[in-house]
Design a protein around this ligand. Structure first.
Ligand SMILES: [Cu+2]
Length: 398
């Protein structure tokens, strides 16, 4: 073995005084790059907007602060040893060799065990709290169906006088300060429902039913997270195919009165136009679009009907009311579409109707309606006039 004193005098070693620094420079750059990703992200779990997510965040803070404590202790001990016991010239001391020291072994077994026990108690407690079904008169029930690549919401307890339930897509409206109990399934593959500021994520599985409770703070309706007052972003968190990244959603948190007003408005049927381009649009809608989309409309003679194909999805013996595409009754009142990925403005809607897969990656060529297998909205080769009619119709259905 080469004696140590000789090693450091190998030729070529001297000019490399900064070699070590140069070697770790890429690491430092990477660290700075990653650090620049911090700051307030709209989908951060570290900025909870409700009691459930705050509990989860509390756990994270507990674990993190203990980890920091351990890190600091270890680092201080490490640096002290580096300095105090560093090798000096003509120094052939060897540290005292320790092996099989029972007292040490016991100490470093007990300390981690105690830390883990301290973490386990609140973690398990939290797990049970999060999973528990909320009770009480103020709980709002919502049924969620995940589709490739959009979210369908039904409010089973919000019904019109003629027995229709409230159905909407991608934009979930909830009252602040009330628990919202989600009963979820999927129409096709496994998705995952995730609105980070309101709770953790929960898988949405075909043929099964899973639950999740959302609750926003009582004053959340007025908090602007950068997307408007009370708007919170979420998205599918389980890779589910081509447009997984465009399977997003928005949660609109309202004060109680605002929520009731929204719900009442959603139950009002949209009007069938009798003249102008909108009437032409409705003719096209009836011909082409009702194979997949539903809309509740009031005919000129006052009759109210829901047009379009209804489709039920079965999970564990329960029927989820659904359709192949989003319910369009109040499409014009939604701020986004296509899995909450595009602002609902005329220009985007025109592009969508001209060729949906051009705006959002979808695979409608593989649609198999007979087997309820839908992988996106097809291009119907609509003319400019037809598109204008449909845009006027749908944007008018507020
Ligand atoms: Cu998904």
């Amino acid at each position: 073995m080469t004696p140590r004193s000789e090693r450091s005098e190998r030729p070529g070693d001297r000019p490399g005084r900064f070699a070590a620094l140069r070697r770790i420079a890429p690491l430092i750059a990477l660290f700075l790059l990653l650090a620049s990703c911090s700051g307030s992200g709209p989908q951060s779990t570290l900025e909870p907007q409700g009691p459930i997510s705050r509990d989860i965040d509390g756990l994270w803070e507990l674990v993190f602060s203990i980890a920091i404590g351990v890190f600091v202790l270890v680092m201080v001990a490490y640096v002290i040893s580096l300095i105090r016991f560093r090798e000096r010239k003509n120094d052939d001391r060897r540290p005292k060799q320790v092996h099989g020291n029972t007292r040490l072994e016991i100490v470093w077994t007990i300390i981690p065990a105690v830390i883990l026990a301290v973490l386990a108690v609140p973690t398990v407690q939290n797990l049970f709290d999060i999973r528990a079904e909320p009770t009480g008169a103020d709980v709002l029930q919502v049924r969620v169906t995940g589709h490739q690549w959009w979210w369908e919401f039904e409010y089973p307890d919000i019904t019109s006088t003629d027995g229709r339930t409230l159905i909407t897509a991608n934009e979930l409206h909830i009252p602040a300060g009330r628990p919202v109990y989600l009963t979820m399934t999927s129409a096709d593959v496994i998705h995952s429902f995730w609105v980070p500021p309101l709770n953790g994520k929960r898988d949405v599985v075909p043929g099964r039913i899973t639950h999740l409770t959302l609750e926003a703070d009582a004053d959340q309706a007025t908090v602007d997270t950068g997307f408007g007052p009370g708007v919170i972003l979420g998205q599918c968190a389980e890779f589910c195919g081509l447009a997984h990244a465009d399977m997003r959603m928005r949660v609109f948190v309202h004060e109680e009165a605002g929520f009731q007003a929204w719900a009442d408005g959603q139950l009002v049927p949209s009007v069938v136009p009798t003249e102008g381009v909108a009437a032409d649009g409705f003719a096209t809608f009836n011909q082409v679009c009702t194979a997949c989309h539903q809309a509740t409309v009031e005919q000129p003679d006052g009759t109210i009907e829901t047009i379009g194909l209804e489709h039920f999805i079965e999970a564990r013996g329960e029927q989820f009311r659904s359709s192949y595409g989003p319910n369009l009754t109040h499409f014009g009142g939604r701020t986004t579409f296509g899995g909450a990925s595009f602002d609902n403005v005329e220009d985007h809607l025109r592009r969508w109707l001209a060729n949906p897969a051009d705006l959002k990656p979808m695979d409608p060529d593989r649609n198999d309606l007979a087997n309820a297998r839908i992988l996106g909205m097809p291009n119907f080769g609509l003319s400019d006039d037809e598109i204008s009619g449909l845009v006027t119709l749908l944007e008018g259905w507020k």
